[in-house]
Design a protein around this ligand. Structure first.
Ligand SMILES: NC(=O)C1=CN([C@@H]2O[C@H](COP(=O)(O)OP(=O)(O)OC[C@H]3O[C@@H](n4cnc5c(N)ncnc54)[C@H](O)[C@@H]3O)[C@@H](O)[C@H]2O)C=CC1
Ligand SMILES: O=C(O)[C@H]1O[C@H](OP(=O)(O)OP(=O)(O)OC[C@H]2O[C@@H](n3ccc(=O)[nH]c3=O)[C@H](O)[C@@H]2O)[C@H](O)[C@@H](O)[C@@H]1O
Length: 471
């Protein structure tokens, strides 16, 4: 039996992963028709919008969509039709942390994966390769197979692959154009390996063969959780060291540089920060913690849990530094928070450290002015309401102001907090900001972004993550 040649792809889930990933497949494989489907009409409408006002901000994405949309790339809410016509289906739906029931707060909520799988079983009338693109717990493919086999039409055959996505937001398009690796996991049966080769052939249209790794299904699923856990662990390690730096006068930049020079450690992903955010690091580590506990490995669970605990500590440590520095009270004081996204070059706010900081400031009844170049105002209100569920929105709005430029945010404040490393914050006219501020004027750099020496010369008191004392 030879591997099938994929001609039609359906992607279920038009989010941060499904959208960019399958748009790039369409761009690089003009001979394949790619249809990205979602139940969310507004999201699909935005993907189809005439002026390319796409539902997510990602550098380079508009260009990709402009080239492929209407040629061999389509966005639709007709999930059933796209499933029926496809040879290969990516399941790229959200897998958030469960909020209630067994495993609440740790386990992945697989409800969306299950509904998508049930939909495939219900409508497919021909053989399909079903690909887990979502990040899922180890052995989820087995549950998907059981659901598909129990509900499909007689004679319909499904192969299930794991093909986790490693893109990072903000660099998704360059990551997809030139990934470090593409990982494909399959059952080690003839049919499973054929399916794996069929998917590998799609990627081989633009990715060198040696970067396409084929492994077993369970290894592939676990590798995704492992990669995110180890990346997050590096940040928690460097953040733990930043606390030691602040207490000793060592400089975390210098320490990270020196440590990263060791070729076994490497220089990437060692930037101390106010804490990692994003939709996945915390969720995937908690998922690994839950998996370890389910496998009766409590020491392993405790080891990984500490990565998340260190991150929580880093965020609250930073808030405390702000309060302590502002003479132990920020009640009634005016603070500008620059950046609301969880990192630069994205409008995504999921698990952003900014949200925790602002919640802490509001609990002290400080007045907060927020500016972010890409986050929608409505999203900020929604996040703050979720972060302060017992406070009415009208009350939050008495203390929070959202503005449209960094200059406006900084006007007449007692302190300025850098929460996201947007490059444009480097261009702020700091002398002008200083002149208008109540003295002493404080800047808290949670992202190692600013030139602390220059600001100190102007007259600011600067507190930077991982640097001891007054710089
Ligand atoms: N955001 C990221 O940078 C990365 C995310 N991942 C993983 O990829 C998966 C998806 O993440 P995102 O794209 O960020 O989520 P997202 O929330 O942006 O997108 C998921 C989409 O799936 C849709 N959906 C849910 N159930 C559906 C169904 N039954 N039929 C049709 N559409 C359905 C939702 O309406 C939503 O638009 C998650 O498992 C995540 O862990 C992996 C790598 C990177
Ligand atoms: O599974 C996922 O969702 C993705 O999660 C991360 O990507 P992402 O969360 O988009 O962005 P990162 O660049 O990893 O940043 C995550 C957080 O860590 C912070 N960070 C990153 C690097 C660093 O050195 N220091 C640091 O604090 C960032 O500011 C951000 O808040 C991984 O990098 C991707 O490989 C993975 O596919």
């Amino acid at each position: 039996m030879a591997p099938v040649q994929v001609k039609k792809i359906c992607c279920i889930g038009a989010g941060y992963v499904g959208g960019p990933t399958c748009a790039v497949i369409a761009l690089k494989c003009p001979h394949i028709t790619v249809t990205i489907v979602d139940l969310n009409q507004a999201r699909v409408d935005a993907w189809n919008s005439k002026d390319f006002d796409l539902p997510i901000y990602e550098p380079g994405l508009v260009d990709v969509v402009k080239q492929a949309r209407g040629r061999n790339l389509f966005f639709s809410t007709d999930v059933d039709k796209a499933i029926r016509e496809a040879d290969l289906i990516f399941v790229s739906v959200n897998t958030p942390t469960k909020k209630s029931g067994v495993g609440a707060g740790f386990a992945a909520d697989l409800n969306y994966v299950e509904s998508a799988t049930r939909r495939i079983a219900a409508v497919a009338t021909s053989d399909k390769i079903v690909v887990e693109k979502s990040t899922v717990p180890c052995r989820t493919a087995e549950s998907m197979r059981t659901i598909l086999e129990a509900n499909s039409k007689p004679g319909t055959h499904f192969d299930i692959l794991s093909n986790p996505e490693f893109l990072a937001e903000g660099t998704a398009i360059t990551d997809l154009f030139s990934p470090d690796r593409v990982l494909i996991g399959s059952l080690q049966t003839e049919s499973g390996q054929n399916a794996s080769q069929a998917l590998a052939a799609v990627y081989a249209n633009w990715i060198p063969k040696e970067r396409i790794l084929t492994v077993g299904l369970w290894s592939s699923e676990l590798s995704k959780l492992a990669a995110n856990a180890m990346l997050a662990q590096r940040i928690s390690s460097v953040n733990a060291l930043s606390a030691i730096c602040e207490a000793t006068g060592a400089n975390i930049d210098e320490v990270a540089h020196a440590v990263g020079f060791d070729s076994r450690i490497g220089p990437k992903f060692l930037r101390a920060s106010v804490g990692f955010g994003g939709s996945c690091f915390q969720k995937d580590i908690l998922n690994l913690v839950y998996l370890s506990e389910s496998l009766h490995l409590p020491q392993v669970a405790a080891y990984w849990r500490q990565v998340v605990e260190m991150n929580e500590y880093q965020k609250s440590r930073f808030s405390k530094t702000v309060v302590d520095t502002l003479f132990n009270t920020i009640t009634g004081k005016h603070i500008a928070v620059l950046g609301f996204a969880f990192k630069a070059d994205t409008g995504d706010t999921r698990e952003s450290a900014s949200i925790s900081l602002i919640r802490d400031f509001l609990s002290e009844r400080a007045y907060v002015t927020i500016y972010d170049p890409k986050v929608e105002v409505a999203q900020i209100w929604q996040d703050l309401q979720e972060a302060c569920p017992t406070t009415p929105l009208a009350q939050i709005q008495k203390y929070v102001n959202i503005v449209h430029s960094a200059a406006e945010a900084c006007e007449q404040k007692e302190a300025i907090v850098i929460a996201t490393e947007w490059k444009e914050f480097l261009d702020i006219d700091w002398q002008h900001v200083y002149d208008l501020m109540t003295k002493p004027a404080f800047v808290f750099d949670g992202r190692l972004l600013l030139d602390a020496e220059k600001l100190t010369k102007i007259g600011f008191t600067v507190k930077t993550i991982g640097r001891g004392g007054r710089v």
